[in-house]
Design a protein around this ligand. Structure first.
Ligand SMILES: [Zn+2]
Length: 486
């Protein structure tokens, strides 16, 4: 009896070793074969559509993704509720030139700005790039006018970053000048519209504002150079106070140290003009299909793997921020988080988010899928997606570095749709991330959580502090409201 038990144990142990050694290769092979990843994405984008947090579509997407995790047979699927301070949803946006010529103007309300009170008809003033000097040049003409702000064409992530950094000074100058509304020229040519949030924490900006068709803006500007231009504008947004959303959380419980966690996350919410394919539906589909792959192959790693679809990201990364708050007692046990939020462009490596000590274990973990060459890591610390509050709380965190195409040109735009996806590259990312997740969850060693003082040093060394100041996050970090150490 004893010998039989011993033999059984030996066989089981041998089987387990073979299975675990072979796991990354099996996961990668499965990823490159036929999987439902793009069927999921089509359902999410075409079937549910754009899904701003707080909308009916967002609720549908939350239910839909929880159901997908359940169907894949995950061990625990939960909706974790949390609060967001300010509801903002678009309702309608209409504008037309009424003098010296009548023509319709296409525009899209800027998130977190107020509505107009019914129709607003006013003179248009050309406020250049919206600097203090630009408004000063207009003098009294700016008061009560609709200010047209010019924008450079957006071609790089730096251009996009500059568009966000401009917000605070632009709003301050516009307030001082007493303008009635802001028309912000689209940074994308050929009529493309997109959502451009005017605050990064969801706080309300008291001036009605919209992104206006680039060519329409140029026409208004040329007309305004020689004659009085009047525009009728009607922007209606649904604005409310605090509301509830949910993160969707599923897991595969670890076989040896189930209290230790490796987390892979992507945000489920999107803006509404397109259908949130590149930002960030494709990575939602990725997280779902990675989870499915583990279950299909019956793979149970040493640590628990948690699959998290955050909401409220576009409103100021509320889902991940609240997740860190709600799970603060577990943060010591999170071995790593992996976030994807730049669409389906080729995965070239990972942001180490200031942790040089992550490079070696990461390269070892990627060793089994080295043929994809996702080894061009950067030490940079990333602010602007769901790794951020983990980073501030000292949790080792990775963010995928991807080619900016196809993500960037369609960012938050009408054209962010299913057909934009680079399916071939996304399958490679599925293979890489599946194998990486396995390796991080299986490695007996793990990186330690940083202390508060280590994070403070990291933030300075990586110059993340400058970005946090520009984005209005610095005071909350300084006061300890963000970056939890308990
Ligand atoms: Zn995103």
């Amino acid at each position: 009896m004893r010998i039989i038990m011993f033999l059984c144990w030996l066989l089981a142990a041998g089987f387990l070793t073979a299975q675990t050694n072979d796991a990354p290769r099996r996961l990668a092979a499965r990823a490159l074969g036929g999987t439902p990843i793009f069927d999921d994405l089509r359902e999410l984008c075409d079937g549910i559509g754009g899904r701003p947090t707080g909308s009916f579509a967002a609720s549908k997407a939350i239910e839909w993704s929880a159901q997908k995790f359940r169907a894949a047979g995950l061990d625990r699927v939960a909706l974790e509720p949390f609060k967001i301070p300010n509801l903002w949803l678009p309702v309608s946006a209409e504008a037309s030139a009424v003098a010296p010529r009548q023509f319709p103007i296409r525009l899209a309300a800027a998130p977190f700005t107020v509505s107009t009170t019914g129709d607003l008809e006013a003179a248009v003033v050309d406020a250049g790039e919206g600097s203090d000097a630009d408004f000063a040049n207009l003098g009294a003409r700016a008061k009560g006018a609709i200010a047209l702000i010019h924008s450079k064409e957006m071609k790089t992530f730096d251009d996009l970053f500059a568009e966000y950094v401009r917000n605070n000074s632009l709003i301050a100058a516009a307030k001082r000048a007493g303008v009635a509304a802001l028309l912000l020229q689209s940074t994308r040519p050929r009529g493309l519209l997109y959502r451009h949030p005017m605050s990064l924490d969801g706080s309300l900006v008291p001036i009605p504002a919209a992104i206006v068709n680039r060519e329409h803006a140029d026409r208004l500007s040329r007309l305004a150079a020689t004659s009085e231009v009047r525009v009728r504008l009607n922007l209606q947004n649904k604005i409310g106070g605090e509301y509830e959303s949910q993160n969707v959380v599923a897991e595969i419980r670890g076989r040896e140290t189930p209290d230790e966690v490796v987390l892979i996350g992507a945000h489920l919410d999107s803006w509404d003009l397109g259908t949130g394919a590149e930002d960030n539906g494709v990575n939602v589909a990725l997280v779902l299909d990675v989870a499915r792959g583990f279950k299909e192959l019956g793979l149970v790693p040493r640590r628990t793997i948690r699959f998290v679809l955050f909401t409220g990201e576009e409103q100021g990364m509320w889902g991940s921020r609240r997740y860190v708050e709600q799970h603060h007692t577990e943060l010591d046990k999170i071995a790593a988080t992996i976030t994807f939020d730049t669409g389906s462009g080729r995965l070239v490596g990972f942001y180490l988010n200031g942790r040089e000590d992550f490079r070696k274990p990461l390269d070892e973990a990627l060793g089994t899928v080295s043929s994809f060459d996702a080894s061009s890591h950067l030490i940079d610390a990333i602010d602007g997606t769901d790794n951020f509050d983990f980073l501030l709380s000292g949790v080792p965190n990775l963010v995928g570095i991807q080619d900016p195409i196809p993500y960037l040109p369609d960012y938050h735009a009408e054209s962010d749709t299913f057909d934009r996806i680079n399916q071939r590259e996304e399958k490679a990312t599925l293979a890489i991330s599946s194998a990486l997740l396995w390796a991080l969850a299986e490695n007996p060693e793990r990186l330690k959580r940083q202390t508060r003082s280590q994070v403070e040093k990291l933030v300075i060394d990586t110059k993340l502090d400058q970005q946090m100041k520009a984005f209005g996050q610095w005071d909350e970090f300084q006061s300890g409201k963000r970056g939890l150490f308990k």
